[in-house]
Design a protein around this ligand. Structure first.
Ligand SMILES: C[S@@+](CC[C@H](N)C(=O)[O-])C[C@H]1O[C@@H](n2cnc3c(N)ncnc32)[C@H](O)[C@@H]1O
Length: 343
């Protein structure tokens, strides 16, 4: 059921977009961003289209290069990338105090890699909320393949207007997903509404750190590259996220940028100056081979026209992420654990 082969990569580019329309979808996507003349306001006003186009175009690359969980992780020496990703997920389960029978919401669940891991780790029943139909289809297939189709489900909806009653869930988490929200406060307020009183919400947010200087051109270039390569309307600072979560009504239990203490930098797998056999596809040689593969698949019609352009904006994103990580102006793991007050 996993789709990590070369042909899966080629045939998956575009997701639910008609193959003949992929090229123009790439063009429309690029135009949202600063280097192609786009601006923040247009991205925010069209956030659903921006994000859906991005994940239709990029999901098969994510599965091919990264796996079923689409997030980074802090990492200990001696730990493999895969182990660190799972531990990063288990950490959320532990922080939220997940227990058998709890009803949990995963906000912006991707194809459900974390959902499956956390559900099995904690014996909880998890609903994955996602606005991307292609990813939900993949998630359902993968849930069936491991026997989780009865206890876990997916709901296709926008996390800015969730189709759930208030006080529905015993716990909520979001992994590197709410950064896609056009407005953090609006998104956190929705999470607050559907969480039961006294219960917890935990998140890993993508943020610009305190070291980010908005007047520094290089910092702005890094930010724009990350936005372009990741379907983001605007990357907020850690302070803005903390402020928004408080304004939504939550009490903060603790918060920290987990990247700060990570013995192995989170961006190492994307750093082309190192080599790893276990994540070979992410290395310089692996990426060169992927680029050549995508070019060939596109030339023979096994990947839609426009695939190479997707591959190249994802590479740009990787460069921005590595530079942002090295300069410590960006983090994908600003963690917070917050509680909805008992009423
Ligand atoms: C980087 S992926 C992370 C996925 C998942 N949390 C994981 O770690 O594997 C971000 C996810 O957020 C979802 N998303 C973005 N904007 C959304 C919205 N407005 N409503 C619901 N889901 C959204 C995307 O479709 C994607 O699945």
């Amino acid at each position: 059921m996993s789709r990590t082969g070369a042909l899966d990569l080629g045939s998956g580019v575009g997701g639910k977009i008609e193959k003949k329309d992929v090229q123009s979808a790439v063009e429309q996507y690029e135009k949202y961003h600063a280097c192609y003349g786009g601006n923040e306001e247009t991205r925010k006003n069209n956030y659903s289209d921006l994000v859906n186009k991005y994940y239709d175009l990029a999901t098969s690359f994510y599965e091919y290069g990264w796996g079923e969980s689409f997030h980074f992780a802090d990492r200990w020496n001696g730990e493999s990338l895969r182990e660190s990703i799972k531990r990063h997920e288990h950490f959320l389960a532990l922080q939220l105090g997940l227990k058998r029978g709890m009803k949990v919401l995963d906000v912006g669940c991707g194809i459900g890699g974390p959902l499956r891991e956390i559900a099995r780790f904690s014996s909880t029943s998890i609903t994955g909320l996602n606005n991307n139909e292609y990813q939900i289809g993949r998630g359902e297939e993968l849930n069936r393949s491991v026997g989780l189709e009865r206890s876990c489900n997916f709901v296709k909806a926008d996390f800015m207007k969730m189709p759930f009653d208030e006080d529905t869930f015993d716990a909520i988490y979001a992994i590197e997903a709410t950064c896609h929200a056009p407005d953090a406060l609006g998104c956190y307020k929705e999470i607050y509404r559907v969480l039961k009183p006294g219960q917890h919400f935990a998140a890993y947010e993508w943020c610009m750190t305190e070291s980010f200087d908005p007047n520094n051109e290089n910092h702005q270039k890094i930010k724009a590259e990350i936005e372009l390569g990741n379907g983001l309307p605007e990357i907020r600072t850690t302070a803005q996220c903390l402020d928004a979560v408080k304004k939504a009504g939550f009490e903060v239990i603790w918060e920290k940028d987990l990247a700060v203490d990570s013995p192995v930098p989170w961006y190492l797998p994307l750093d082309t100056s190192r080599f790893s056999l276990s994540s070979f596809r992410l290395t310089a040689v692996g990426r060169f081979l992927t680029r050549s593969l995508v070019k060939t698949l596109e030339a023979v019609g096994l990947a839609p026209a426009g695939s190479q352009r997707v591959s190249s904006f994802l590479e740009k994103a990787a460069e921005g992420l590595v530079e942002g990580g090295r300069k410590e102006v960006f983090t994908p793991m600003y963690f917070f654990l917050v509680q909805k007050p008992r009423q």
